[in-house]
Structure formats: structure tokens, C-alpha cells
Design a binder for this molecule. Sequence first.
Ligand code: IMP
Length: 203
Amino acid sequence: MQPLLLATRNANKTREFRELLGKDFDVHDLSFFDEMAIPKETFADNAILKAVAASQDRRVQDRHLVVVADDSGLEVAALGGAPGIFSARYAGEHASDKENIDKLLSELARRNVPLDQRSARFHCVIALAHEGKLLGKFEGIVEGSIVDLPRGSGGFGYDPIFVPSGFDKTFGELPIELKNQISHRARAIRAFRAGLPAAQRGD
Ligand code: IMP
């Protein structure tokens, strides 16, 4: 029997692989090993997928367009980095911003996370692609913390509960011009402006 290590800790997946592969394979999984960091999807993976896929579309190619894609989200330290890449659908597939915010605040409340331990960051990766080729990817992060109740109506998503470090207002309360100077997206775009010529040269 050929030994095979399945890179999962999901016992159901392991069972189904065993059933599907039959007796030619001796399937083990990661429960066999204590610690092993296995990367999952990342903001960068997702941004690249989006940019490359759009740049392969015939209509986009006919117009010689360079495509830029953004993948971004909120990472809350006390929730082990959640909602992360699931930010848009934290409370369910078509969840509204309010439902996502409510879920995040209730998760923090359920864990009794005090206000001074609510550090979080917004994370953004933008990817650029042309005719199916990745031209470059650029990252931006803004550190901050999560408040106990939403404040302000500016911006979108989790803006009403995120206070950037060095400020006492949420992104929902601060003027958009200020958000656009310090945000994760602003930082990724600054990196893009600085790095694009090199990326286009293929360095
Ligand atoms: P995606 O990149 O389309 O997966 O979605 C990103 C999600 O992260 C958004 O739907 C928001 O919930 C959240 N997010 C990303 N950037 C921001 C931001 O600038 N302010 C607030 N929420 C954001």
C-alpha cells in the first residue's frame, strides 16, 4: 500500500479520501503531527486570482486593459485574525455590513474581550495583471482597534467600528480624505505607484 499524507485536520475529509482511494493507499492526515502550519488562501492569492482572471477575458484583452484587483479585510487579534479573508461574508453569504459588524461585536462580547485588548488591522492586497500575466502585487496595512458600538456613517464595511491607531474616531466618523491618506488601501496603492514601473519591466 502506498502511504499518502493528506494535508488536512478534517477527519471527514480523511474518511472520504480513504473511501474514494480504496485499498491501494494508506491515507494519514495531519492529526498524526502536532504542529504544522499549513497556509490557506490569503488576500494575495485572492487578489491575484481576480486580477489574472479578469485580464484573460477576451473583451478586456481587446481593449488592452491593465486590470487591478483588491482583496482586503479586517483581522482582529482576539479572534485569531478573523474575519480576515471572510470579512465580506462573516455573518453569512450575503450578509449586510450591519450583520457582519453585529456578529463581530457579539463574538468579542462572547469572549469577554476587554476594550483595551481589541487590537485589529485592516489588510489590503492589490494585484495587477495584463493579458493573463501578473504584473505585481502590493500590500497595505493600517493598525487600530475595535470599539464597542458602531459610530459614524462614512465609508463602508467595518469602518464604523474601527479606530485607526493615533486617532479617537472611527473610520466611519473621520473624513474620507483622512481615511484615504492612512488606510490599508491607500498604503497598498502608494506601494503600487512606487513599484509599478519595476513590475512592468518584469524585475
Ligand atoms: P473582498 O475583498 O471583496 O473579499 O471584501 C472585503 C471586505 O472586507 C469588505 O466587504 C468589507 O467587509 C471589509 N473591508 C475591506 N476594506 C474595508 C474598508 O476600507 N473599510 C471597511 N471594511 C473593509
